[in-house]
Write a protein that binds this ligand. Structure first.
Ligand SMILES: NC(=O)c1ccc[n+]([C@@H]2O[C@H](COP(=O)([O-])OP(=O)(O)OC[C@H]3O[C@@H](n4cnc5c(N)ncnc54)[C@H](O)[C@@H]3O)[C@@H](O)[C@H]2O)c1
Length: 488
């Protein structure tokens, strides 16, 4: 009853609630580094799934187009470069472009569309990475791309569509400054312009998809905003959002099946000594724990950690993110604890983003690819939290909100301080496995193919130590026949 944005705001005003968000709720926020890694993984796996790129290749010669160089969206330009591709990212606010340019996260800036496209083509032909900020509206960029028949491999959007009418989405035809003035002066007019722009934006995406581009929603409520702007056609059932939208979300199509179902997720650590040399030592040790030839995902993670120092990803705390599966996380954690024990590094705090295999129940994001109907429940995050507490994690968190808003997600997080003791070794072995495999089990019970194979492999490797019940896969023809008979 009180699990909604409005009641939460009242509770906050009364001083009885605060917003947990995601990583912040588990004391594991490490700045934009996490989103760079997540975007890097999403782009590479989109390439594997949709462009036929093999597991040992990157995005060289491929074009990614998107929008937004803000807080989180600012990761896109850097991520596509690390993935070896060429990216054009539209941004209306020049101050956002300047921040990313000064930081070295975007290489070229232009407000001339023909120049933007010619730089992109130059680097695609050379098969070298490049990131270009287009200073202008993403709808103008897409219009130019459609009119000039330019091929785009991967397309997304990361304007703040979760708050489209509050200034998160700048309508076509207005500069950033005009948008700010109109928002203050005439909200109705602003809303009308946002709706018109979103409708046109959708038409342009549709044309590009018809021409072979792969478009995905990147967790910014873009498709919901288009629907709210009056485009019923974007809903699968043409009426409401109950059956989802015609374009996939990144978790549904990419992250879910390619990463979460295997147990890969955003494992991270913080060097509590605050010393940069400790971070470099942990990077090196983590790299030695990864076999890059096992799967494409391992290769991506190996490259990520190998180049992490060169890519200057640390903002503030000496922290690192590295996507790993359950066994990888355990191996790395035990290695770090041993290094602490030997006095090679100071203590380390382990944790993760909640945007992970098990940590979050969120039917429009983390659990979007769970299709057995159970994604409307919040059991997984709660099990994960309770199991982690029982197994001795140093810190556990369970909270509402995060990414998609109050009432739409439950997040469970943890922190574990590596102090070099044998007791901590035992906590790692039991709690880290639980933290990941609890989500793999849930995904496998929902019949997600890659989770079933991961669960079977777990049962083999941990025979006598742990066991996941494997779902019984009924014969679909038999079910159809029985249902037909019953309703004849
Ligand atoms: N996929 C994920 O895991 C993930 C993670 C974090 C955030 N998000 C979502 O992504 C969105 C962006 O997050 P953020 O933190 O970067 O927000 P932000 O507001 O800091 O950045 C969005 C940027 O888009 C620009 N913009 C708006 N309309 C534009 C237009 N028409 N053309 C060009 N540029 C335009 C804005 O000027 C702004 O700089 C949010 O909706 C957020 O909820 C997704």
């Amino acid at each position: 009853m009180f699990d909604n944005q409005r009641d939460w705001e009242i509770a906050e005003e009364m001083g009885v609630a605060n917003y947990g968000q995601m990583t912040a709720g588990g004391w594991m926020y490490i700045g934009p580094q996490g989103i760079v890694h997540g975007t890097f993984n999403t782009l590479l796996n989109a390439g594997r799934l949709k462009l036929g790129i093999s597991h040992d290749e990157d995005l060289k010669g491929r074009l990614f187009v998107s929008s937004g160089l803000g807080g989180m969206s600012g990761a896109q330009a850097k991520a596509v470069e690390i993935a070896g591709g060429v990216g054009i990212i539209a941004e209306v606010d020049y101050s956002r472009i300047k921040t990313r340019y000064d930081q070295g996260w975007v290489k070229r800036v232009s407000s001339d569309l023909s120049e933007v496209v010619s730089i992109a083509h130059e680097y695609m032909n050379k098969k070298e990475p490049m990131s270009i900020a287009y200073h202008g509206n993403v709808v103008d960029l897409l219009e130019y791309i459609v009119e000039n028949n330019i091929h785009v491999d991967l397309l997304s959007d990361q304007t703040s569509c979760h708050a489209a009418y509050d200034g998160g989405y700048c309508p076509q035809g207005l500069s950033f400054e005009e948008r700010t003035r109109l928002l203050a002066a005439d909200r109705d007019k602003f809303t009308q312009l946002v709706n018109k722009s979103l409708r046109h934006h959708f038409e342009l995406i549709k044309t590009l998809v018809e021409r072979g581009t792969y478009f995905f929603d990147y967790g910014n409520s873009f498709m919901k905003a288009v629907f709210d702007a009056g485009v019923k056609e974007i809903a699968k059932n043409g009426v409401d959002e109950r059956d989802g939208f015609i374009f996939p979300s990144y978790v549904e199509d990419i992250m879910g099946p390619m990463l979460f179902d295997y147990g890969y997720g955003p494992f991270r650590w913080v060097c509590l000594s605050g010393k940069h040399e400790d971070l470099i030592k942990t990077d090196q040790a983590a790299m030695e724990c990864i076999d890059p030839n096992r799967r494409g995902q391992d290769r991506d993670n190996y490259i990520w950690i190998r180049d992490a120092e060169k890519n200057k990803l640390v903002v503030g705390t000496q922290a690192r993110i590295l996507y790993q599966d359950a066994e990888g996380r355990v191996r790395i954690a035990l290695k770090f604890n041993d290094m602490v024990r030997k006095g090679e590094i100071g203590p380390v705090m382990l944790g993760r983003d909640h945007h992970d295999v098990s940590g979050t129940d969120s039917p429009f994001r983390e659990t979007a690819n769970i299709k057995d109907g159970s994604n409307v429940m919040a059991d997984m995050a709660t099990h994960c939290f309770a199991g982690n507490a029982a197994r001795g994690m140093s810190l556990v968190a369970l909270h509402n909100g995060g990414g998609v808003g109050i009432g739409k997600a439950i997040n469970g997080g943890f922190g574990l301080v590596l102090d070099g003791t044998k007791k901590t070794d035992e906590i790692i072995k039991s709690a880290m496995l639980w933290d990941v495999m609890c989500g793999v089990a849930r995904r496998s019970w929902a019949r997600n193919e890659n989770s079933i194979t991961t669960a079977i492999e777990f049962n083999k490797n941990y025979d006598g130590l742990g066991h996941i019940t494997i779902p019984y896969l009924a014969n679909q023809d038999l079910i159809d026949e029985a249902v037909d008979k019953a309703y004849e």
